[in-house]
Design a binder for this molecule. Structure first.
Ligand code: HUF
Length: 684
C-alpha cells in the first residue's frame, strides 16, 4: 500500500516515521536523551514540516509559515521548531530543487566554493550552497550542463543518450523535482516480447521457463555467496559471472551424471536379459536332450515278462523320471519366458524414461544469455567483473512504484537546476591544489584559445566521474586529454578506493524514423543474440518517445567493442536486426541516427559505477569522504583551520545506497552541501 498524508510525506523523504535517525540523534542530543515525550514532540514537528513541504514543493517552506501552521501544542517551543526547520533545510529534506523563494538569500557571502562539474550532483550542491549563502562557481568542461544526463533533440525527435529512467517514484527526490519542473513522466510498460536470433518471436511459454531458470540461477548464486560463504577461490574473490557459469556447469554435470546413471541402468538390465537368454537356451537344450532320451528309452522299451521283472521296473522307473524331468523343464521354460518378457518390458520402460539430454539446449542458452545481457546493462559491465558478494549491495534501497521515462527529455532537469548559479561552461579543470588555507583550481578555457584561469576559494567540491578520477590516479597522463592533477596527490585510502570500485560502460544507438513499424503499444522488445559473446549487442530496443524513435542498447562486452567501430557499421547492424524481425520491406532507412561512446567520452570515461570483484559498498563511503589537506608546516596556522576538509566529493560513485543513478547523484549533492555547511557555516 502506498502511504499518503503525513506518513506518505515522511516515506517520500526516506525517513522513518516514528523513529529518530542516528543523524538526527547526533544533531539533537538534547532530544535524544529526553525520553519518549521529547521524541514524540520532535517527530511530530519534523513529520509535520515534511508534510507541508512535500504537499507544496513549489514554494519555500519558511520557518515563520511552518510555525504558524503547526497545531498547538507543537508550536509552543519556537526555538525547537526553528532548529528542526534548519536541520531539514540543511540536509536537503525541505527547500531543495527549484521553488519560489519567500525569504531572500543572505547577501553577505559566507565563504567561497568551486564546484567541479555541472552534472546533476554538481548542480545540486551548487544550488544548495548558494541558498545557504555561499559564493558558488561551477566549472564545467563541456559546453552544456547535465553531464551523463544528455538529451538529443532535433526537429520533433527527442532521445536520452545517458540517463533515461526514473527508477521508482516513492522516496525518489526526482518525484519532488517533477512537481517543480515540467517533467513529463511516463510509466514504462514492462512487457518485453523477445525475438530469436532468426528474428522469429520466442514463444511466451519458452520465454517464461527460461526467465524462471535465470531467476533460479541468481538465487543459487546468492545462496552460494551468503549461505555457503563461497566468495573466494583460493585468494581471489569470486565474480557473479564465475559463480553463474559454475552453477550452469554444475547443472550440466548433474544432467550428464543422471544420463550416465541411466546408461548404467540400461546396461544392467540388458546384461540381465542376456544372462536370462543364456539360461533359457540351456533350458531348451535340456528339453531337447530329455526328449531325445525319452524317445530312445521308449523305442528300446522291453515288454514285461516273468524273467525280467527287475529290469522292467528299473526301465519304467527311468522313463517315468525322465518324463517328470522333461515336464519340469517345460514348466521352467514357460516361467522363464514370462520372466524374459517382463525383463524386456522393464528395459523398454527404463529406456523411455531417461533424463533430458542436456541442461540447456543451445537455443535456450542464448535466451538465458539475453537475460544476462539485461543484467549486464543494469550493472553497466560484464558479469565476470561484478563482485559475487556485493554486486547488489544497494538492493534494499530501491524505490517502489513505477519506473518512468521523461518524455520531454531528462535534460530538462539539469537545465532547470542552473537557475541563479554562476556556471562557467567550456572550463576544463586541469589542476586542483588544496592547502589548509583553501583551494586553487586551474582550469583551461576551451573556447578562448585554451587560456588558463586560476580560481581561488575556501573549498572545492569534486564531482568528476569515477572514470575521470581513475585516469587522475593512474599514471596515464600522456594518453588522455582530460587529466586532472591533484596537488598534493589524493591520500592513499582515496586512491585505493578509486582503483577498486568499478566504472562500467553502456551505449545507445538512437534511430529516428519517419513512421512506426513496430508495435506502438509496447515500450520494449528484445533481440536474442546469436552467440554468448555478442549477447549485449542491441539486445533491447526502447520505444518511449511520442515520435517514431527507437533506442537500441549495447551492453556488456559489446558496449566496449562498439566504441571502436564506425557509426555506419553499427547502424547497419541495427538495421539488419530490425529487418530480420519486421521484414526487409517494412523497415525504412532512419532519418537521424546517434551512436554514443561513453567510454571514449573524455569528460565521463564510462557510464556509471559498479561493485567490482575485490570491492564492496564501503568503497562508496571512502569515495564520499572529504579530504583534509596534509598538516601545514606554517606555525601561524591555527590547529582548527588545519583540520578543516578542503576537498569534498559528490557524484553517483559516492553514494553507497543509491549508486549509479540520477537520484543518487542528486542526493550526494544535497549531502555534501549539508556537510560543507556544517563545517563552514556552523550549526544553526
Ligand atoms: O557525469 P556527471 O553527470 O556525474 P554526476 O553528477 O555524478 O551524475 O557530472 C560530472 C561532470 C560532467 O558534466 C563532466 O562534463 C564534468 O563533470 N567534467 C569536468 C571535467 N571532467 C569532467 N568538468 C570540468 N573539468 C573537468 N576536467 C551514461 C549513462 C548513465 C545512466 C544511464 C545510461 C547511460 C548511458 C540508463 C540511467 C542512469 C538513472 C537511468 C546514470 C546517471 C548518472 C548521473 C551522474 N541510465 N541513471 N537512470 N544513468 O540506464 O537514474 O536510466 O546518468 O548516475 O547522471
Amino acid at each position: 500500500t502506498v502511504l499518503s498524508g503525513q506518513e506518505g510525506a515522511v516515506f517520500q523523504s526516506r525517513l522513518p516515521f516514528s523513529k529518530m535517525t542516528p543523524n538526527e540523534e547526533a544533531c539533537f542530543p538534547d532530544i535524544s536523551c529526553s525520553g519518549i515525550l521529547g521524541h514524540r514532540v520532535f517527530l511530530n514537528i519534523r513529520n509535520s514540516l515534511l508534510h507541508m513541504w512535500v504537499d507544496n514543493p513549489k514554494t519555500q517552506l519558511t520557518f515563520d509559515s511552518a510555525l504558524k501552521r503547526l497545531p498547538p501544542p507543537f508550536d509552543s517551543d519556537p526555538n525547537l521548531v526553528r532548529r528542526v526547520h534548519s536541520f531539514l533545510e540543511r540536509h536537503g529534506f525541505i527547500n531543495f530543487g527549484i521553488f519560489k523563494r519567500l525569504s531572500p538569500i543572505p547577501s553577505k557571502k559566507l565563504g567561497k566554493v568551486i564546484v567541479i562539474g555541472a552534472g546533476i550532483s554538481g548542480l545540486a550542491v551548487g544550488q544548495q550552497l548558494q541558498q545557504f549563502g555561499m559564493d558558488v562557481i561551477v566549472l564545467e568542461a563541456r559546453d552544456r550542463v547535465g553531464g551523463r544526463i544528455a538529451t538529443f533533440r532535433k526537429n520533433s525527435y527527442i532521445a536520452d543518450l545517458g540517463a533515461m529512467v526514473v527508477t521508482g517514484v516513492y522516496g525518489n527526490p526526482m518525484t519532488i523535482l517533477s512537481k517543480q519542473i515540467g517533467m513529463d513522466l511516463v510509466p514504462i510498460q514492462q512487457t518485453c516480447p523477445l525475438y530469436g536470433p532468426d528474428g522469429k518471436p520466442v514463444p511466451k511459454e519458452k520465454d517464461d521457463v527460461i526467465e524462471r531458470e535465470f531467476n533460479r540461477l541468481l538465487e543459487s548464486a546468492s545462496y552460494l555467496s551468503h549461505r555457503l560463504d563461497f566468495n573466494y577461490a583460493g585468494n581471489n574473490p569470486v565474480s557473479l559471472g564465475d559463480a553463474l557459469e559454475w552453477i550452469i556447469n554444475m547443472q550440466d554435470k548433474a544432467v550428464q551424471e543422471k544420463r550416465a546413471a541411466h546408461m548404467h541402468e540400461i546396461i544392467a538390465a540388458q546384461t540381465k536379459i542376456i544372462e536370462h537368454r543364456k539360461r533359457l537356451k540351456a533350458t531348451l537344450q535340456k528339453i531337447a536332450t530329455l526328449k531325445a532320451e525319452l524317445q530312445s528309452l521308449v523305442r528300446q522299451r522291453q515288454p514285461r515278462s516273468a524273467h525280467n521283472e527287475n529290469s522292467y521296473a528299473s526301465q519304467e522307473y527311468t522313463i517315468r523320471t525322465t518324463q517328470i524331468k522333461l515336464e519340469d523343464m517345460i514348466n521352467a521354460e514357460a516361467e522363464q519366458r514370462i520372466e524374459g518378457h517382463k525383463m524386456d518390458l522393464k528395459l523398454q520402460e527404463i529406456e523411455q524414461n531417461g533424463p533430458s539430454q542436456v541442461y540447456l539446449s543451445s537455443r535456450d542458452r542464448l535466451i538465458l544469455d539475453w537475460h544476462f545481457a539485461n543484467l549486464e546493462f543494469a550493472n553497466a559491465t560484464r558479469l565476470d567483473n561484478l563482485s559475487l558478494k556485493h554486486w547488489d549491495q544497494d538492493d534494499d534501497f530501491e524505490f517502489i512504484g513505477h519506473h518512468t521515462t521523461v518524455r520531454n527529455g531528462y535534460s530538462c532537469v539539469p537545465v532547470a537546476l542552473t537557475e541563479n548559479i554562476d556556471i562557467r561552461l567550456n572550463s576544463a579543470v586541469k589542476e586542483i591544489k588544496y592547502t589548509n588555507k583553501g583551494v586553487e583550481i586551474v582550469a583551461e578555457n576551451l573556447k578562448t584559445s585554451n587560456s588558463l584561469m586560476t580560481y581561488k576559494a575556501d573549498l572545492a567540491v569534486c564531482t568528476l566521474t569515477l572514470g575521470v578520477l581513475k585516469v587522475a590516479v593512474t599514471q596515464e597522463e600522456s594518453q588522455h586529454a582530460n587529466t586532472v592533477k591533484f596537488d598534493p596527490p589524493l591520500p592513499d585510502w582515496k586512491q585505493q578506493a578509486i582503483r577498486r570500485l568499478g566504472f562500467g560502460n553502456l551505449n545507445k544507438v538512437v534511430l529516428c524514423f519517419d513512421r512506426i513499424f513496430w508495435d506502438p503499444n509496447a515500450n520494449l522488445f528484445g533481440h536474442v543474440g546469436s552467440t554468448t559473446a555478442s549477447r549485449g549487442e542491441m539486445f533491447l530496443f526502447w520505444s518511449i518517445s511520442s515520435s517514431p524513435v527507437l533506442l537500441a542498447l549495447v551492453a556488456g562486452m559489446a558496449a566496449n567493442i562498439v566504441e571502436s567501430v564506425t557509426d555506419d557499421i553499427i547502424i547497419g547492424r541495427c538495421m539488419s536486426v530490425l529487418k530480420n524481425i519486421f521484414g526487409n520491406t517494412s523497415v525504412p532507412q532512419p532519418k537521424e541516427t546517434v551512436v554514443t561512446r561513453w567510454r571514449s567520452d573524455q569528460w565521463a570515461r564510462g557510464s556509471y559505477s559498479y561493485v567490482s570483484v575485490g570491492s564492496s559498498g564501503s568503497d562508496y563511503d571512502l569515495l564520499a569522504a572529504p579530504v583534509i589537506p596534509p598538516t601545514s608546516c606554517d606555525p601561524h596556522f591555527s590547529k582548527d583551520a588545519e583540520e578543516l576538509p578542503r576537498l569534498f566529493f559528490a557524484g553517483e560513485h559516492t553514494i553507497r545506497n543509491y549508486p549509479a543513478t540520477v537520484h543518487g547523484a542528486y542526493l550526494s549533492g544535497l549531502r555534501e552541501a549539508g556537510r560543507i555547511a556544517d563545517y563552514y557555516l556552523g550549526y544553526p
